[in-house]
Design a binder for this molecule. Structure first.
Ligand code: NAD
Length: 352
């Protein structure tokens, strides 16, 4: 029986996950039997068990076929020592322990949301790109520390050849299934790790002569993403660059609340919205649940090969947006916003 572990987490994670589950259970109800098991993670787990990633949560995730996660973190836990906080104490170790090295973030414009984008319609209307972000290496995982004489702090950026090769390979394979264009984003004019990344990328490219490879510096990539985003098909990049660029790219589609993501290790995946726990709107029924609902669709497609069901969810999301339903992050000053629960209900209704 396929096993899905559910980790609502903190802040709006507690509100968006129930909506995604509502949709997911509705779509798969007539199909296979799935088991859903909920576990604590992040600040919620610190409060309950004294640890951001309790052993039993980790074990359940290791044994699951897929993990559906909300988001973690929040000001309540910001004063804890760095390694005990939700991000460093749970999110990063979970990614590492599950070996989720490939984070996939698709940015495809939904026509009904063209006016929600902060960019001009003609700039964003044909955007259909995927960012592949390396997720278990780089500066987030290197040695970090402080010196006292003189006072200083450091985070080390390291990539092994294997780490670069496997994400770049996936980048080429993803591009092969799309428009056959891969843009590798680095900072090779300054960083040795980027020059290494570029050398390996060039080497991997020899096996994919059908894919057009380009390299771009990350500062230019940030500019190009708002200047002419249509030029991109697949972007492959390292951990921190991907983190920053995907938040930026989310606004092409109208809101960070629309950006879904899948973090993969083979068929196994962790699916979560790209955004955080949004403490500023938590507990107010204001969060947009669509990124999480779309992440659940990615789960059906990538882990369970349920393409038809995934498409049903994606079509239902487009339908509710076409019908004019908007959460506050998407609504213009003249549009009436609905709440998190109402948006989840609207998607469920649109499934039929
Ligand atoms: P955030 O993504 O939580 O919020 C940024 C802004 O976007 C806020 O104004 C928020 O209200 C808005 N927003 C985010 N998601 C939304 C949604 N679904 N609907 C409507 N509006 C939405 O980023 P932040 O404020 O920098 O971080 C808050 C906390 O989340 C921090 O503790 C951070 O470390 C954590 N975080 C966790 C993850 C994760 O769990 N994967 C990712 C990023 C940040």
């Amino acid at each position: 029986m396929p096993k899905i572990v559910v980790l609502p987490g903190d802040g709006i994670g507690q509100e968006i996950i129930p909506e995604a589950l509502k949709v997911l259970k509705n779509v798969i109800s007539q199909k296979q039997e799935f088991t859903f098991q909920e576990y604590a993670i992040g600040g919620t787990a610190i409060d309950k068990f004294g640890k951001a990633l309790p052993e039993e949560t980790l074990k359940a995730c290791q044994e699951a076929d897929a993990v559906l996660m909300g988001s973690i973190g929040g000001p309540k836990w910001d004063t804890l020592p760095a390694m005990e906080r939700p991000e460093l104490g749970a999110l990063l170790p979970l990614r590492k322990k599950l070996n989720l090295f490939a984070n996939i973030r698709p940015v495809k414009i939904i026509p009904a949301l063209l006016s929600a984008s902060t960019l001009k319609e003609e700039v964003v209307k044909n955007v259909d790109l995927v960012v592949l972000r390396e997720l278990t290496g780089g500066i987030y995982f290197g040695e970090k520390g402080r010196n006292t004489q003189p006072p200083a702090a450091y985070d080390v950026l390291v990539y092994t050849e294997e780490e670069v090769r496997r994400i770049v390979e996936l980048g080429f394979q993803t591009a092969q299934g799309r428009k056959k264009r891969l843009c590798s984003v680095d900072k090779a004019n300054v960083l040795e790790s980027s020059r290494f990344w570029r050398e390996i990328t060039e080497d991997v490219a020899k096996n994919y002569p059908d894919v057009e490879l380009t390299h771009m510096y990350v500062d230019n990539a940030a500019m190009q993403l708002v200047r002419y985003p249509e030029q991109f098909d697949v972007i492959v990049t390292e951990n921190m660059f991907g983190d920053i660029l995907t938040d930026l790219a989310s606004m092409l589609g109208g809101s960070i609340g629309m950006l879904s993501s899948a973090s993969m290790a083979g068929k196994k995946g962790l699916y979560e919205p790209a955004h955080g726990s949004a403490p500023d709107i938590a507990g107010q029924n204001k969060a947009n649940p669509l990124a999480t609902i779309l992440s659940a669709a990615m789960m059906l497609r990538y882990t369970f090969d349920m393409n038809e069901e995934a498409e049903r969810i994606e079509k239902a999301v487009i339908k509710v947006l076409n019908q004019g339903y908007r959460t506050a992050d998407l609504a213009s000053s003249t549009e009436k916003a609905i709440g998190t629960k109402e948006m989840g209900d609207a998607v469920v209704a649109a499934l039929s």
